[in-house]
Design a protein around this ligand. Structure first.
Ligand code: ZN
Length: 253
């Protein structure tokens, strides 16, 4: 099933589900008890929003060996994690804003896990029970600032630096899906999720040994090789086979 968050001219943001090109409402709690109402609203009459509202966004760095290599970095022995503040979130099709402090803003197309059930110290083999589904994300990064600072908070943390969506797919299989990232239609990144250094189960076990995962929290699982610059006027598209396409324009501040 695919869950969305959407709004229309008449209606405030609301959770829904997709049936082909129609949206039906979710009544109740998406992360608890809910009921699916009939899908009657044509998708083109709704604006799709970032499909949930996470309390935190946890990202895994250097989770594809070829990406670590392009930055002359070692593949970490344990998952390397960092946070992006929820204020980085934008909707599908909303603009990524280039901050004036950076000369080198780059795209990072990534598979994103959406947590469904609260948990701490989750075992890798139990991770599935805590996943609601998967979505697509772009871990936009001010590479020059990331390099200049010892910590990544600034380079990863600007407003608009975490587009994700367009929906949460509960049936997606993350073991071997092709991820591509294009800028203005030109291929920049292409890899299979089977090339991840740490699997989704291992990542969830590792992160939840540090912090409680809450329903709606996002885990960005790392980006493959081929990251590159974004300039004003670009359109960046992240496509994951069997999952969907996330598209965002790029604008000057
Ligand atoms: Zn990343």
């Amino acid at each position: 099933m695919r869950f969305v968050r959407y709004q229309t001219k008449e209606k405030a943001p609301h959770y829904g589900w997709l049936l082909e090109d129609k949206i039906g409402d979710i009544e109740g709690d998406l992360f608890g008890e809910f009921r699916r109402l009939d899908a009657t609203l044509p998708r083109e009459e709704a604006t799709l929003l970032a499909p949930c509202e996470p309390s935190k966004i946890i990202c895994v760095g250097r989770n594809y060996a070829a990406h670590a290599k392009e930055h002359n970095a070692e593949v970490p022995e344990i998952p390397l994690i960092f946070l992006k503040p929820p204020s980085t979130i934008i909707n599908p099709n909303d603009p990524i804003i280039l901050p004036p402090q950076s000369e080198q803003v780059e795209h990072e197309g990534e598979l994103v896990v959406v947590i469904g059930k609260r948990g701490r110290n989750i075992l890798a083999e139990d991770a599935k029970e805590h996943i609601l589904g998967y979505t697509i994300g772009n871990d936009v990064t001010a590479r020059d600032l990331q390099r200049a600072d010892r910590l990544w908070t600034r380079g990863k943390g600007f407003d608009t630096f975490a587009p994700f969506g367009p929906w949460i797919d509960t049936d997606f299989d993350p073991s071997d899906a092709v991820l591509t990232c294009r800028v203005n239609g030109q291929m920049r990144q292409m890899a299979s999720t089977r090339d991840m250094v740490f699997s989704v189960g291992t990542i969830i076990a590792f992160i939840s040994s540090v912090m409680t995962l809450e329903p709606g929290d996002l885990i960005f699982t790392g980006t493959p090789a081929g990251v590159g610059p974004l300039t004003a006027g670009d359109e960046v598209t992240v496509d994951i086979e069997g999952l969907g396409v996330l598209k965002n324009p790029v604008k000057e501040a």
